[in-house]
Ligand binder design. Structure first.
Ligand SMILES: Cc1ncc(CO)c(N)n1
Length: 235
């Protein structure tokens, strides 16, 4: 049993249909967990979160989400040119629709928590992350690579916030809506669709592109950790 499972790790696209993304998640499990079980979201889950930290995250994330819109648009353009499956466009479009909702939600939530979105100054980690997004918008970045980033960005939030809603979590009532936004079942299915698209594209991609996408995945995870770190008040 032991030998068999370790054998499987080395295989990518075998008959068990283990996707490329799953092999990365196994290989980089600890790194990924660093982003999805970060002290900030764990503090939401255990109810010890400082609301000042939450407000700081809220203001910064609004800026990030606005920068995420043109990135999504760039993925949509790549899909329309490079994808062999028309349903990709529909999944990306549903992501754009949810971002539209998200922007309205940020405004509502910010006013509820007394955060002025117009006066938020983007912190270094945010600027760096937005710059990284911008680099991925270039037409020279291939669709499978951009799709990998898109999936990873959404997956970190989905896993982080779903954990705050699991049985036994002590998430404060005021923050449950935030956790629901990314931790709900529908968002989970959407992330799974993104992962399926990424897997399909990567299966057909040459090795050098797969390696490039793996590096992009790791960079997303690093940026996400830095982003959560911003919620620290001394930062
Ligand atoms: C930093 C960051 N990563 C991912 C998401 C998910 O959309 C978000 N809103 N913000």
């Amino acid at each position: 049993m032991e030998a068999k499972s370790s054998q499987m790790v080395g295989k990518t696209n075998d008959s068990n249909k283990v996707g490329v993304v799953e092999t990365w998640l196994r290989k980089h499990r600890l790194v990924f967990t660093g982003a999805t079980r970060h002290p900030f979201t764990l503090s939401i889950r255990d109810g010890t979160v400082d609301f000042k930290s939450f407000k700081k995250w809220l203001g910064q994330d609004y800026i990030f989400v606005r920068a995420f819109v043109p990135f999504l648009a760039s993925v949509l353009v790549k899909a329309s040119k490079e994808s062999d499956d028309t349903s990709d466009i529909e999944v990306i479009l549903s992501g754009m629709a949810s971002i539209n909702d998200e922007i309205a939600w940020f405004k509502k939530e910010a006013s509820r928590f007394g955060v002025s979105l117009t006066s938020v100054v983007p912190q270094k980690a945010n600027v760096d992350y937005c710059r990284f997004l911008e680099s991925l918008m270039s037409s020279e970045v291939e669709y499978p690579v951009a799709m990998t980033a898109f999936w990873a960005i959404e997956a970190v939030y989905q896993e982080s916030f779903a954990h705050c809603l699991e049985e036994g979590s002590k998430t404060p009532e005021e923050l449950k809506e935030t956790c629901q936004r990314w931790g709900n079942e529908g968002f989970g299915k959407y992330c799974q669709s993104l992962q399926n698209i990424a897997n399909r594209c990567l299966e057909k991609a040459p090795d050098n592109l797969v390696s490039k996408a793996e590096v992009v995945f790791l960079r997303v995870v690093e940026h996400e950790v830095q982003f959560w770190n911003m919620s620290r008040l001394e930062a």
